[in-house]
Design a protein around this ligand. Structure first.
Ligand SMILES: NC(=O)C1=CN([C@@H]2O[C@H](COP(=O)(O)OP(=O)(O)OC[C@H]3O[C@@H](n4cnc5c(N)ncnc54)[C@H](OP(=O)(O)O)[C@@H]3O)[C@@H](O)[C@H]2O)C=CC1
Ligand SMILES: O=C(O)C1=N[C@H](C(=O)O)C[C@H](O)C1
Length: 270
């Protein structure tokens, strides 16, 4: 069977490089193009050499229109504005769009969902690692079983990260809210500062740490009378996200247009 042709968006970024390596290593996928924005340092470099592997014969370009010609799949870990615009292009072309970008607003997510209705096959996740799919499942179960325990979600990332709480932390919050059959939006406490008063029963709190080169640490703490349970995940290498994105790309190529998650990719829907 012919290999599926992948465009890596945000090629010059931390995840762009990891995605180039993952696509080059994944049977069934081939690197078709690598794009970044006008003026980015990576433009003009060979994508493989840029990513620290053998030359791929693909020059990183700022010409998205040319990059999309003949492509099957876009793997996109960029920024909300870029992902929303790309999703609309992907819908017009009927391609697969793997979106790892976090920090999307409600309006951004609505626009992406519309693109899925308009013909794009989209897999979007705040975290493409296998371990995180398992952790979200555990969090949902723990939140349901310990219905009166306080839940706080703590995350730490590198000092270049621009959004908070992380997409993963919000995903874990959604899992906890699902376990309790409540709305995260109505129960989330995303910041605490000053004279906050005592903790409001039933809320789901978030705490954000930033520093150094931390790839991504997440802990979900369920605190009850006289005990605490901590469920956690430590990402040690960005390859876990890129390999998950490559797996999602292969899976999505056989799906109908729509908006999917990693739970769908792994067939874990009950
Ligand atoms: N879902 C998951 O599993 C994971 C998600 N992420 C998310 O992926 C995203 C990227 O992370 P990371 O690689 O660390 O970030 P980087 O800043 O290293 O890379 C982002 C890339 O996207 C480009 N970019 C930014 N804005 C635009 C735009 N408007 N149009 C076109 N290109 C743009 C950047 O170009 P330039 O440098 O010129 O700004 C850069 O090349 C973040 O949202 C992050 O949270 C990260 C890891 C895992
Ligand atoms: O920006 C990052 O680096 C990461 N972003 C994702 C998030 O916001 O959860 C996933 C991972 O934790 C790394």
């Amino acid at each position: 069977m012919a290999e599926l042709k992948v465009v890596v968006a945000g090629a010059g970024g931390r995840m762009g490089a990891a995605n180039i390596r993952a696509v080059a290593a994944q049977a069934g996928l081939s690197l078709h193009a690598a794009v970044d924005r006008v003026g980015a340092d990576a433009i003009g470099q060979d994508a493989g050499l840029f990513a620290g592997i053998a030359a791929q014969g693909v020059t990183i370009t700022d010409d998205l229109d040319v990059a999309l010609v003949g492509a099957d799949i876009i793997i996109d870990f960029t920024a909300p504005q870029a992902s929303v615009a790309l999703a609309a292009r992907v819908a017009d072309l009927g391609l697969v769009h793997i979106i790892g970008t976090t920090g999307c607003s409600e309006a951004d997510d609505a626009a992406i969902a519309q693109s899925a209705k308009d013909g794009a096959r989209i897999v979007k996740s705040g975290n493409f690692s296998m371990g995180m799919v398992v952790l979200t499942n555990l969090v949902e179960k723990a939140a349901a079983a310990l219905a009166d325990y306080d839940i706080d979600i703590l995350e730490m990332h590198h000092n270049r990260k621009v959004d908070a709480p992380s997409g993963t932390a919000l995903m874990l919050g959604e899992a906890a809210a699902k376990g309790r059959d409540i709305s995260l939006k109505a129960h989330a406490v995303r910041v605490r500062d000053g004279h906050t008063g005592p903790r409001e029963t039933g809320t789901i709190g978030f705490a954000t740490l930033r520093g150094g080169t931390v790839v991504g640490d997440h802990s979900v703490i369920l605190a009850g009378p006289g005990e605490r349970i901590e469920l956690g995940h430590r990402a040690e290498d960005r390859s876990i996200f890129a390999n998950g994105a490559a797996r999602a790309a292969l899976w999505a190529a056989d799906q109908q247009p729509g908006l999917y998650s990693m739970v769908d990719v792994l067939g874990l829907n009950d």
